[in-house]
Write a protein that binds this ligand. Structure first.
Ligand code: UD1
Length: 414
């Protein structure tokens, strides 16, 4: 079992480049399936979720090659329409293949993704939309057996779900007729997916706003695309510097994607400056801030909640967090408490009373961003912490220890 050994109390200093966004590259890899010609994806991070997506594409009969940060996918002659159980389980967001497989192959067999570490993660909105587009879905035996053909539809989402918006965009690009998504998610990763689909010749407009219109059925061709930088990885590096002290420059990310995170870090006392593709943070002793409420983009991202909480655990004053996106998203709290943090959780609310110092502890990651939060806290704690459960962290961070070591952190994987 691998673990991080983190010796806290060393300020960070230097510049670090973030890798491509996990949440962009996963739907983009699924989109490759829609094109009969080769697609080239640049800035593709080396993450276990990406490896699982590439395995799914191979299983479906695509030719896939990886060279460093460049991945090529040739879906010229796909042979399959099923995603086997083990691959579905390996990556919880594999439901993103539903729209693309159904769109390209006219049918799709997936096992229903179970609950996950963030609490129940329903896919009712995905299924209702695909049904509205004409698909038959048989949910018997724990599986999803879907058959087309698909046609355009007017879809109104009751929640601006990121995954449902992406699935509908993928299915709609292959469907006959026009699809309109109202109350679509507005995340930067949705815009990135639109950019890629347009690169392939799809007619998609409106991503980044609440209404997306897809004129389906265009003949698609190959394309080349560079994935946007990962705003959550950037947020993690910034909170790490806030927790450990020092000054860092984070590059390779659009600063506008981080505006709610940097606003809170400024309120907490840090000096933050932004340029088009970078953010610079100079840390200061942290103080509590006004309530942090997670919300769909452009609100405060739920994925940055845990790392920010870890930073604010050491400091003065008190901060209230309200987690509006997922249940069970405070599993890092017990572990932070082992390090001396004073945090009370009641339902969706967590109250963080800043303490003057955190101490090292043996802690265990139980989800991706909660795991990153433990690293952030350990960097600011006194002594040597040991963090296990690294397979969660590896789903979304490429060589986190290398990136932080480059900034002067004492962290190693054993
Ligand atoms: C995506 C991100 C994840 C991020 C989340 C919210 C990926 C791979 N993952 O997850 O990192 O934390 O957005 O920004 O991009 N919901 C339903 N029914 C559905 C779908 C969703 O009720 O059919 C609910 C969910 O339970 C949740 C809310 O909608 O409460 C938002 O979820 P959603 O935006 O779909 O998140 P994901 O796409 O799963």
């Amino acid at each position: 079992m691998s673990a991080y050994i983190v010796e806290g109390g060393n300020p960070l200093d230097g510049s670090v480049r973030v890798h491509g966004a996990k949440n962009s590259v996963l739907p983009i890899l699924a989109a490759c399936l829609l094109s009969p010609e080769e697609c080239v994806i640049h800035n593709c991070p080396d993450l276990s979720d990406v490896t699982a997506s590439l395995d799914i594409l191979r299983h479906l009969g695509c030719r896939v090659a990886r060279q460093g940060e460049m991945v090529t996918v040739d879906a010229g002659a796909p042979t399959g329409w099923d995603v086997p159980d083990n691959l579905m389980r390996e990556m919880r967001s594999s439901v993103i293949f539903l729209g693309a497989v159904l769109g390209r192959m006219g049918r799709a067999d997936l096992c229903a993704p179970g609950g996950c570490e963030l609490g129940p993660r329903p896919i009712d909105l995905h299924l209702a939309a695909i049904r509205a587009m004409g698909a038959q879905i048989d949910e018997s035996g724990g599986g999803l057996h879907c058959t087309g053909p698909l046609s355009g539809a007017d879809i109104v989402l009751s929640i601006p779900s990121v995954g449902a918006t992406e699935n509908i965009m993928l299915a709609a690009a292959a469907a006959r007729g026009t699809t309109t998504i109202t109350n679509a998610a507005r995340e930067p990763e949705i815009v990135d997916l639109q950019t890629f689909l347009r690169q392939l010749g799809a007619d998609v407009r409106g991503a980044g706003s609440s209404v997306i219109v897809i004129r389906g059925g265009q003949a698609l061709h190959g394309g080349e695309h560079t994935v946007i930088g990962d705003r959550i990885v950037a947020a993690t590096y910034l909170t790490a510097a806030a927790a450990a002290g020092g000054q860092v420059e984070v590059t390779g990310v659009d600063y506008r994607h981080l505006s709610t995170v940097t606003a809170v870090l400024k309120e907490a006392g840090c000096a933050v400056k932004s340029g088009p593709d970078r953010v610079f943070l100079h840390s200061a002793p942290l103080r509590g801030v006004r309530p942090v409420r997670t919300a769909p983009y452009p609100g405060f991202p739920t994925d940055a909640q845990a790392p920010l909480m870890a930073a604010l655990a050491r400091g003065s004053g008190c901060t209230v967090f309200v987690e509006n996106m997922f249940e069970s998203r405070y599993r890092h709290v017990d572990e932070l408490s082992r390090m001396g943090a004073d945090i009370r959780v009641e339902g969706r609310v967590a109250v963080v009373y800043g303490v003057p110092r955190l101490h090292a502890a043996q802690v265990k990651a139980s989800d991706l961003r909660g795991g990153a939060a433990l690293v952030v806290a350990a960097l600011g704690a006194e002594g040597e912490s040991r963090i296990t459960g690294l397979h969660h962290i590896d789903r979304g961070y490429q060589d986190l220890e290398g990136a932080l070591s480059g900034l002067g952190a004492r962290i190693r994987r054993v």
